[in-house]
Design a protein around this ligand. Structure first.
Ligand SMILES: CNc1ncnc2c1ncn2[C@@H]1O[C@H](COP(=O)(O)O)[C@@H](O)[C@H]1O
Ligand SMILES: [Zn+2]
Length: 347
């Protein structure tokens, strides 16, 4: 089987996907139509064509954050948020993804509260599970560039919804513009979430900030996102690398996102190489498949081509990812699914 077909057929695990960054062009067009039909102004018109950040784009990580406002303008009602969730899950399913932890930042909009925001996504996920094979869970996001008071409200909601829908809401994460805000200030929120049984993942080392990286790793999150500036070859220090090596914290790696935001100069010099060679746990993820015009199968294919991995090594990446999912009860069934696939193709 050629690599293209293989990467699409391989049952894959997505652990780092922001809902509003994952909206495809066709989902956004459907959402725009919905706003037009309900005579609501979606306010996304002016910038619509600027949503995707491709390889030759002049925008980098620090100025890519404006694009999310375009998606936010299209998911401001419970109805459109539900459509966005359902269509995104459908697209991951079509791409051969068998399990996804979708993450999203609850927002108050003129049409819904943060509580309704979480409720809408949780219920949409439950509805989708009736007719699509993909299994999905929700990680609630905290934006580090917003006030701590908001983080506290979101933490309370995440805890409340983890109790209400333990089979849907599984984690709390920190994301947003990495040069704004301090992780330290958010520690009380994440501690409380951890004590309530939520799993934790943190965007860590997206920019050079060794003190914060050490502080985050000392917190012992269940996973980290990106981990770009941890190895000394990529702006990290001996200490940051030693700390990751000691804790063996699994890293959600997003190749195209890092290349398109210029966090990595090109695929070949991506820090995946150092992580993989050191046998540290890595999970291939998309981050924002809509913004960066990618898919999970494309990330697997790029990884294989760039780092010269064969089909068995790729399948093992998907298999290992099962160990780090937040839904404990699904580890075994997902591993069996991938092992069956490997058996079928004698990998
Ligand atoms: C490119 N690297 C990145 N680094 C940090 N945070 C990011 C991100 N990509 C996305 N987000 C976070 O996800 C939000 C959009 O999805 P939701 O509205 O939550 O569904 C962004 O506003 C940002 O806070
Ligand atoms: Zn991210």
């Amino acid at each position: 089987m050629d690599m293209y077909a293989f990467c699409s057929e391989l049952p894959k695990i997505e652990l780092h996907a922001h809902l509003n960054g994952s909206l495809s062009k066709s989902t956004m067009l459907q959402l725009k139509r919905h706003y037009a039909d309900s005579s609501l102004d979606d306010k996304s018109n002016i910038f619509f064509d600027e949503f995707q950040i491709g390889a030759g784009d002049t925008r980098n990580l620090s100025n890519c954050f404006q694009v999310f406002g375009i998606a936010h303008a299209l998911t401001s009602t419970p109805e459109t948020l539900e459509i966005a969730t359902k269509m995104t899950l459908q697209e991951f399913d079509d791409d051969g993804c068998c399990y996804i932890e979708l993450r999203s930042t609850p927002r108050d909009t003129p049409h819904m509260t943060k509580k309704q925001y979480i409720d809408t996504i949780a219920q949409s996920m439950q509805k989708v599970s009736v007719h699509l094979p993909i299994m999905s869970r929700l990680i609630v996001s905290i934006n580090r560039s917003h006030p701590i008071s908001e983080a506290e409200i979101i933490t309370d909601l995440a805890i409340e919804y983890h109790k209400k829908y333990p089979d849907v809401v599984v984690g709390l994460e920190l994301s947003g513009e990495p040069t704004v805000g301090k992780f330290e200030d958010f520690v009380p929120c994440f501690t409380r979430a951890k004590e309530s049984g939520l799993k934790i993942t943190l965007h860590c080392g997206e920019v050079c900030n060794p003190e914060e990286i050490i502080c985050m790793l000392n917190f012992k999150p269940d996973r980290i996102g990106h981990g770009t500036c941890i190895h000394p070859n990529h702006g990290g220090t001996e200490n940051t690398w030693a700390s990751l090596f000691k804790t063996k914290t699994p890293v959600e790696v997003c190749l195209t996102s890092n290349v398109n935001t210029k966090s990595a100069p090109d695929y070949a010099s991506h820090h995946f190489k150092e992580l993989y060679n050191a046998e540290l746990p890595v999970i291939l993820c998309t981050d924002d498949k809509g913004v960066f015009a990618t898919s999970l199968s494309q990330e697997y294919r790029i990884c294989a081509e760039t780092f010269d991995l064969d089909q068995t090594q790729l399948a093992r990446l998907a298999l290992n990812a099962c160990q780090f999912i937040f839904a404990q009860d699904l580890k075994k069934p997902l591993m069996s699914k991938i092992l069956n696939f490997m058996d079928k193709y004698s990998l």
